[in-house]
Design a protein around this ligand. Sequence first.
Ligand SMILES: C[S@@+](CC[C@H](N)C(=O)[O-])C[C@H]1O[C@@H](n2cnc3c(N)ncnc32)[C@H](O)[C@@H]1O
Length: 307
Amino acid sequence: MTDHEPEAAGPAGVRRRPPKPQVDTSKPQSARMYDYYLGGKDNYPVDRAAAEQVLTAFPNLRYGALANRRFLTRAVRDLVGAGIDQFLDIGTGIPTSPNTHQVAQGLNPAARVAYADNDPIVLAHAQALLVSTPQGRTTYIEGNLKKPGTILESAELAEVIDFDRPVAVMLLAVLHFVEDGEGAYEIVRTLMDAMPSGSHLVLSHATNEFAPEEWARVHATYKASGISGQIRNRPEILRFFDGLEMLEPGLQVIHRWRPDPAPADPAGKEDGPDDEAPAPPADPFAGYSADQLDAMISGYAGVARKP
Ligand SMILES: C[S@@+](CC[C@H](N)C(=O)[O-])C[C@H]1O[C@@H](n2cnc3c(N)ncnc32)[C@H](O)[C@@H]1O
């Protein structure tokens, strides 16, 4: 891994040279552990060791991470379809294709995306997040969700997001790193209060409902690694949406939120010139029932609109 010092990219993206990130490789970090679950290479031995302990506690964790990235794509796609063209993606994570701006700008090249994360490793890879279409804008904010002012009051956000028009605030797999005692619900309220009517909250969150003992071990493992947080049940996650209008189908286990149709069975197609084409990659979710997947994925997702 190189120590990037990213310059901004796309012709119309916001041009900015972020400060040189100080990446601490002596302690595991949640962004790098998550990258490891997703099969990425932007992690260090200390992250891999901690992530392997988590996987020992809950071997299916990778399914949740993968389902979560798929939810990101579906939610952003549907919101762009509903006319939303501004996104504030907090707790962005290490870039993983497709990132929010790739989905949004792929459908609406004028879409604007502001990313925010507090981990220097994400900043180190911010270049991949700053590649914008000429018509759109992207930016990266080094901000802390636990101090929402560091995001809401940043110059980068003001440059990219027009607060007179609706914004989709994305909090994917990040609120379980914020405990109630740190003001998790108040933080979400502060963020949504700053957004105009018609804005949306897009949220996903790990849950202990389906495998409580395993998740107690996951939680303990993170805590022992110096990463605090709180795994919540469905009512506790639903509370984040207080005051908002939940979109259909409501708060669901992640894979049940507006699932894409299953891909057609390639074996069923007629003979033709494509016969030599390589088989599509196996779907890791194939062969499991929806109920089995609930427990494997162990996370909820939902999207709601601010009236
Ligand atoms: C599990 S990853 C999720 C990444 C991405 N949102 C996704 O769902 O694929 C959690 C991310 O949240 C970030 N994060 C954790 N606590 C944060 C905080 N207080 N402020 C900003 N980002 C935070 C981590 O650095 C990491 O990149």
